[in-house]
Structures are given as structure tokens and as C-alpha cells.
Write a protein that binds this ligand. Structure first.
Ligand SMILES: [Fe+2]
Ligand SMILES: [Fe+2]
Length: 201
């Protein structure tokens, strides 16, 4: 399965623009970390791009992503990607994280939501205008991007850091890395200014 096939599977099954953007964001972060950790960039990217592909078909934490897995396998999705996807919802699937790709996926999952929300509240709607300083401020605002569970992000980052960085990746370096990765994918995310009011004519 190449990126085009993954993109087709995802977009054929996900209508919500926000959910598509979420997966493209996690893909960018996963590709960044695969590069940093000398891992397979395409493989890690697929895990990000596909991890919530079945959410509109199976919108419960009991069914998602487990019930989507037969389709992933039929489509030739690599088993390492299938396992990473299963392990991003251990409570629902019983699959524990065990490899770097698994820890990376969970660590990148929710935190992208903070960056997306911070981009969308800017008049420019451009992720390239977002700074780490404003993310730190938004992090402390409980009502902002409420769906981003700060405690879960911290825990997932600590685990990822322990497994892949000997404990040296601290939270704000991680957030900076995810921000950098997303800024490099601004166009694919649609967070390149095209949503700004002045551009909507
Ligand atoms: Fe999910
Ligand atoms: Fe997700």
C-alpha cells in the first residue's frame, strides 16, 4: 500500500474536513520522527494518515479501530502499521504498544489538535504563524482545544521519550517538533492561509 492508496481509503471513508486534517497532521509528525529516528518514513507516515480512517464508520472506542482492521489488511496495509493503529486505542483493542512506531503514533495523535486549533484562531489561519510561545499559553487554557487531554499528551510523550530518546525528549521539544513538521505540511493541511477571510472571495 502506497500513500496514494492510503489517501484514497481515508478520503473515501472520511467526510469531515477536520478529521482528514487531523490525520494529515499526524502523518506529518510521524514522517518527521521517522526521519529523526532513522526509521521508515513512508511506513510511519501511513500509520498517521490512516489511524482514524474508520472513525465515521465505527464511531465508538469499542469498535474503532478494531473493526476497520480487516479492511486495512485486505488493502495491503503493512502489518506494522496495522499494529500501530490497533495500539493507539489499547483500551478498546487490548493491543499494547511495543515498538517505536506505536509510541510515536500515540505521542503525535492528540497534540496535533492543539496546533490545529491554534492555527485556526489566528486571523491568517496559517500554521506557519504559530509560535511555541502561544502553544504554551494555549496549553494552560483549559477551555481551549478541550478535546486535547493534556495529561494524556504528557504521559504519551514521556513513554515515547523513554522508548525512543532515552528519556531526553521533553514535552515542549516534542511540541516544537510537531509544530515544525506541521509547518512543513501547511499546504496539505489547508493551513497555509487559504481559510483566511480575505482569501475566501
Ligand atoms: Fe483514534
Ligand atoms: Fe487520532
Amino acid at each position: 500500500m502506497d500513500r496514494d492508496a492510503a489517501w484514497r481509503l481515508m478520503t473515501e471513508n472520511v467526510e469531515a474536513e477536520g478529521l482528514r486534517r487531523h490525520m494529515v497532521a499526524v502523518e506529518a509528525a510521524m514522517r518527521f520522527y521517522a526521519g529523526a529516528l532513522d526509521q521508515d518514513v513512508e511506513l510511519w507516515g501511513l500509520a498517521g494518515l490512516l489511524h482514524d480512517w474508520d472513525w465515521e464508520i465505527h464511531p465508538t472506542l469499542e469498535a474503532h479501530p478494531a473493526k476497520g482492521v480487516p479492511t486495512l489488511r485486505e488493502q495491503g496495509c503493512p502489518e506494522a502499521v496495522v499494529q500501530a493503529i490497533l495500539s493507539h486505542n489499547t483500551a478498546g483493542t487490548g493491543v499494547e504498544r511495543s515498538r517505536p512506531i506505536d509510541y510515536a503514533l500515540l505521542a503525535c495523535d492528540e497534540v496535533t489538535g492543539l496546533v490545529i486549533a491554534s492555527s485556526l484562531v489566528r486571523p491568517s489561519k496559517d500554521v506557519r504563524d504559530v509560535k511555541l510561545k502561544s502553544l504554551k499559553k494555549r496549553w494552560k487554557e483549559k477551555a481551549f482545544a478541550r478535546g486535547v487531554d493534556r495529561a494524556e499528551v504528557e504521559e504519551a510523550t514521556t513513554d515515547f521519550s523513554r522508548i525512543c530518546f532515552d528519556g531526553s525528549l521533553e514535552l515542549w521539544q516534542h511540541v516544537q517538533n510537531v509544530l515544525d513538521a506541521m509547518q512543513g505540511a501547511a499546504e496539505g493541511l489547508g493551513l497555509d492561509g487559504r481559510l483566511a477571510a480575505s482569501h475566501s472571495v
